[in-house]
Design a binder for this molecule. Structure first.
Ligand code: ATP
Length: 374
């Protein structure tokens, strides 16, 4: 039997990272038993604050090389507030991986799952289905570790380059085109601060040049402050929001807050041929070790990984597996069977993973699946 083997670098990290990773691996195991045609070869890698504390290195060169050589990277969360570099910053291998693997597109879907209450009372909140597309190789994060800090003054640089902006906007319009095929409509809005910063006016000019090449996709520009307001006031009207690194970082937490909390926001960090998949949340040390973290964002990130592998490697069974996970997650929430602690319920990390896995096991068994062949 010819099965495609895919190497997955598994980087659980710190805090709740290992807890939500274990949950996602349980679900990946369940889906592989039902859908055949591919096999995930998991390669656990140690990196993060704990690794830094032990060895003085947060992301070793060997670990980086193995992650870079894998077909995809599944990532939990890294960093702890009390583990700091000599200059006071937290260790952040996820940022190093983004920069070194050139994972320029941070794809952050914000969607309200059936059965999950929104922070907004308006019934139109059920229609929230937008994507924040965050530039991840420059912007204000380009100043990371390279700023000027003296006794009297501190400076960080905001960098916007033409090539990075062009590839980001190409990605945004391709994403919108794909969403238009699926949902019948799509628009791309650039989110910036072009009224104040020259770098943002430059960013906007490049966006408008690119937008002119996609007359079939509606495009617009909006300021980041007004966008924060509209994300709360009418998020159902927003579709693809493309933005600078730090602005995307902030707006995506706001977006997560609209759809249940950090435990509901998956992400895909994509570059040319490379993909890293992780929940939008951090290591959440305030709840780590208690088994109460919501693993839904991690599970949905694993589904995004399968969807991306399916698309980029032309493996239909991976795409099917991604859809199965997404619809199993939707069904368990819609049925009211689980309510995460994050939403005031009692369902812990393991219970949520087991509910999703059980839902998958109650679903169809594909002809190529290991169970059918057994
Ligand atoms: P980072 O800067 O590394 O992204 P952060 O400091 O913004 O991290 P998070 O670790 O994302 O913070 O946590 C923010 C809040 O959200 C915390 O109160 C945390 O407990 C909560 N939180 C984060 N992830 C989850 C989760 N999966 N389930 C439940 N609560 C979560």
């Amino acid at each position: 039997m010819n099965e495609l083997a895919l190497r997955i670098a598994v980087m659980p990290g710190d805090g709740i990272g290992p807890e939500v990773m274990e949950a996602a691996l349980l679900v990946l195991d369940a889906v592989q038993r039902r859908v055949g045609g591919f096999r995930l070869l998991l390669e656990p890698l140690e990196a993060g604050a704990a690794a830094y504390r032990r060895s003085g290195v947060a992301l070793s060169e060997e670990c980086f090389a193995r992650a870079a050589a894998a077909d995809a990277i599944l990532f939990g969360a890294m960093g702890l507030p009390d583990v700091r570099l000599p200059d006071g910053r937290e260790i952040a291998p996820q940022l190093d991986l983004r920069e070194r693997l050139c994972l320029f597109a941070g794809v952050r879907p914000i969607r309200l799952l059936p059965g999950v209450p929104s922070a907004l009372a308006d019934p139109r909140a059920r229609e929230i289905d937008l994507v924040i597309l965050r530039e991840q190789t420059e912007g204000l994060f380009a100043g990371r570790g390279r700023g000027l800090v003296t006794e009297e003054r501190a400076e960080d640089r905001l960098v916007v380059t033409r090539p990075a902006s062009e590839r980001l906007f190409e990605f945004a319009f391709a994403l919108a085109r794909e969403r238009k095929t699926r949902r019948g409509r799509a628009r791309v809005d650039l989110v910036d601060k072009a009224n104040v910063l020259g770098s943002m006016a430059f960013f906007r000019a490049i966006f408008l040049e690119r937008a002119a090449r996609y007359p079939e996709i509606e495009a617009g520009c909006r300021y980041v402050d007004a966008t924060a307001l509209d994300l709360v006031r009418r998020p159902w009207d927003l579709d693809v929001l493309v933005t600078e690194n730090l602005m995307g970082d902030i707006l995506s937490d706001l977006g997560a807050g609209l759809v249940g909390g950090m435990g509901f926001a998956p992400t895909a960090d994509l570059g040319s041929g490379k993909g890293l998949f992780q929940p939008a949340h951090g290591s959440a040390p305030d709840i780590a070790g208690r088994g109460i973290a919501n693993p839904t964002a991690m599970i949905l990130s694993a589904a995004m990984m399968l969807e991306w592998l399916g698309r980029t490697r032309a493996v239909e069974s991976c795409r099917i597996a991604a859809e199965r996970i997404e619809s199993a997650v939707e069904r368990v929430y819609a049925s009211g069977r689980i309510r995460p602690v994050e939403l005031g319920g009692t369902s812990g990390t393991r219970a949520i993973a087991e509910a999703v896995a059980a839902e998958l096991e109650a679903g169809p068994v594909d002809p190529l699946s290991p169970e059918r062949r057994a």
